[in-house]
Design a protein around this ligand. Sequence first.
Ligand code: AMP
Ligand code: ZN
Length: 466
Amino acid sequence: MKIYNTLKRTKEEFVPLKEGEVSMYVCGPTVYNLFHIGNARTFIVFDTIRRYLEYRGYKVKFVQNFTDIDDKMIKRANEETTTVKELGDRYISEYYKDADGLNIKRATVNPRATQFIDEIIAFVQDLIEKGYAYEVDGDVYFSTKKFNEYGKLSGQNLEDLQAGARIDVDDRKKDPMDFAVWKKQKPGEPAWESPWGLGRPGWHIECSCMADKLLGKTIDIHAGGTDLIFPHHENEIAQSECRNNTEFARYWMHAAFINVNNQKMSKSLNNFFTVREILERYDSDVVRFFMLSGHYRTQMNFSIELLDSARSSVERLYNTIGNLERLLEEVKLDELQEKEKGFVETLISYRDKYIEKMDDDFNTADAISVIFDLIRDININISAESSKTIIEKSLAIIRELGSPLGILQKSTKVTLEEEVEKLIEERQKARKEKNWALADKIRDDLKARGIVLEDTPQGVRWFIKQ
Ligand code: AMP
Ligand code: ZN
């Protein structure tokens, strides 16, 4: 299996530290609002990579943190006249709602920065003792020039960075590129006791510390969006490698950004979509299919039109699943027929092709093409004359190849029922609002699909016209 390593700027053979096991740390959200579709790409990509590693037989320890103390948290808590703790609790629970909605597997651990304050303080103390960090009146800074590999992840050298940073020099720092590992309390801010007085951790230190505590001094994969390469991950490397005197992460992986209608997502442009609003209209399979239809290292554009087109593709895949599910109930032959043996081999060959694509730096775009080829072949070869065994095998391989991508696991029967119930609800609402045109349209659209609604004194019933 090959992984593109940002640190080495090349694809490398993946060899985990311990045979059969993978330790993986992904930088998670700052929990001060609902997460948006940009964040969702990063979370879905690394959830897929984790699922694929598991599919290939690795035991994966997957850690994704919650940043629950920083400037944004403090500002938002003040605006909402609540505490940083309450804000964090609330948006962590909202995070799980949306992440579950996107079929993102729960992490092995989701640590919160504020649960590791003692460990962070000890980490900072070690850095000071080893001469890599210094205190200035309650703040503690990391001294970048003490780490002569500073800049290795983002491919920059310290002199150039220093020249660029000179404009906004904080005169408390010895050097413009130094960064805070501990911040002195400002009036009204939440704070913890430390050897340097009341304060709170800087952002970068939490990931260095929690990765160490939960996964060890050297981890296999460290990941996040490309925006984190510099300075966040660069600073994590500096802190961890100076304190532990060993390599921090062996493979650095970064997911490219999502733009909206070819523009950067931003509140002022009003082109900002939360996962919450998207999931009201689209199924998790559609969102995941869309996110995985491009390679994770390629920038992607997001628009409702693109999501609609993803929905048609997913419907095509589920049409085949639906046909197979129906055929299973209808077919007369049980046992595999002699003439079907060749098709069993064909099904296995799709698995091999899929693995080949995914083993090449998780090429989900090409893996999805393989699934479409498989579906096409199944549509041609399976019919009411097929045996139950070959239909089951066909269905099983679709589900198997969909599983690492977190899609194609639903039963079409349930989906239809849910869809119709939802449309009936919409129709009732339209009638209440005296929107007869919409109410009639919903009924007629369903009728065109062979679904008949019946208004009874007990409510609306529906059945499929044979
Ligand atoms: P944040 O809450 O801003 O710290 O972001 C959480 C994660 O989402 C990080 O790994 C970011 O790199 C990633 N992220 C933020 N915005 C985008 C975007 N537009 N596209 C892809 N990933 C993003
Ligand atoms: Zn981080």
